[in-house]
Design a protein around this ligand. Structure first.
Ligand code: NAD
Length: 360
């Protein structure tokens, strides 16, 4: 059956890096390995400029109709001053919410060729292959009531609400258990159950879901300890599952263990594993249009898409191996370049991956 893939290039370096991922997907289609219809649509600042809204109806409809969506990034200083509802980020947040993508998967993999780019010691990082599953559509970022009010004594008070219903916890835990089952069968749930009632419930639900996964070993850590352990000995973890805010912080911390923002993909999945895939970085306005952005995070996001939404793990493996081979051959964009390697631009890096993919 023909898979429907929607590409959303977005702003800044988005179109440059999405073009490289498209080359990789097109190469698989040309080989007959992938049967896909690949469309493109507008989102973010580009859509605000062209259609007066950061998420045009047509884009939303195409996204809903697609089997999977691959996004570049949205935003940039030129839209900082526009009315709040027209800001590029609004389009992306609405897209995530309309698609109901509640589980955010962020792998942090230390490529052996790039171990030296981390700020941590090579022996701490070498071999790191960690997956953080972050709840994405609930918790304190969405809870009501929220706001800033003035108290009777004139002081202003800010307030937010941390709230999770058990079904919201259960569904993200199931995604994490399923992921752990496909990996080394170890899952660590991160909470703050010594202080927060919401975390008590989180822990309780995680334990209940664990009964359906007797082959997966479940452990628990408080978030402060988890942050410390991630820096002290990140390889003790395989899969981590946590709330929206804790996951936001821990996944950025984990991504930096590997040393390069241009290498890290992500997936956001709904209940049926339909997904929105994107590199974790933004639109990099400082290098946009120069042709020097690292396209590998986007190409690796496409690999995640084939694995999680299109049921094609073998093709996903092939793309990941091709990225490894391009690095083995010494090709590096400026963000990961070191003196003994070959400096390439965005298009040349895309070509190197396609070449590695098609040359064996
Ligand atoms: P950024 O991730 O865009 O850039 C941070 C630094 O990393 C910059 O120096 C940039 O040049 C570098 N960088 C990022 N991606 C790179 C790549 N692929 N190759 C080489 N270098 C790369 O973060 P920022 O500067 O804080 O944000 C810029 C814009 O992107 C803002 O408008 C922000 O709102 C937006 N943003 C969007 C998303 C998204 O669409 N999901 C995520 C984060 C930021």
């Amino acid at each position: 059956m023909t898979s429907r893939i929607l590409l959303l290039p977005g702003d800044g370096i988005g179109p440059e890096i999405i073009a490289q991922a498209r080359k990789v997907l097109d190469a698989l289609c040309s080989q007959g390995a992938l049967d896909a219809r690949i469309d493109e649509a507008s989102i973010g600042g580009d859509a605000t400029d062209r259609f007066g809204t950061p998420l045009p109806d047509e884009t939303l409809e195409s996204a809903k109709a697609a089997d999977a969506i691959l996004l570049g990034a949205v935003g940039g200083p030129q839209w900082d001053g526009v009315e709040r509802s027209l800001r590029p980020e609004r389009g992306l947040l609405r897209l995530r919410s309309e698609l109901g993508v509640f589980a955010n998967l962020r792998p942090a993999i230390a490529y052996p060729q790039l171990v030296g780019s981390s700020t941590l010691k090579p022996e701490v990082i070498r071999g790191l292959d960690l997956l953080i599953v972050r709840e994405l559509t609930g918790g304190i970022y969405f809870g009501d009531p929220r706001g800033i009010r003035t108290l009777d004594d004139g002081r202003r008070q800010g307030f937010n609400t941390l709230v999770y219903a058990e079904d919201e916890i259960e569904r993200v835990c199931r995604v994490a258990f399923e992921s752990a089952r496909r990996r080394s069968k170890r899952l660590c749930s991160v909470d703050k159950a010594n202080v927060l009632e919401v975390s008590e419930l989180w822990r309780d639900v995680a334990e209940t879901v664990a009964k359906d996964y007797p082959d997966v070993f479940l452990s628990h850590l408080y978030v402060d300890n988890a942050a410390m352990q991630l820096v002290r000995d990140p390889k003790q973890f395989d899969v981590i599952v946590t709330t929206n805010m804790f996951g936001d912080i821990l996944s950025d911390l984990a991504s930096m263990l590997t040393g390069s923002i241009g290498m890290l993909p992500s997936a956001s999945l709904d209940a049926k594993a339909k997904g929105l895939y994107e590199p974790i970085h933004g639109t990099a306005p400082d290098i946009a249009g120069q042709g020097v952005a690292n396209p590998l995070a986007t190409i690796l996001s496409a690999a995640m898409m084939l694995r999680h939404s299109l049921g094609l793990p073998d093709l996903s493996d092939r793309i990941e191996a091709a990225v490894g081979r391009a690095l083995d051959r010494g090709f590096r964009t400026p963000d990961i370049h070191s003196p003994e390697t070959t400096l390439v631009d965005t298009v040349q890096m895309g070509d190197a991956v396609v070449d590695a993919l098609t040359s064996n």
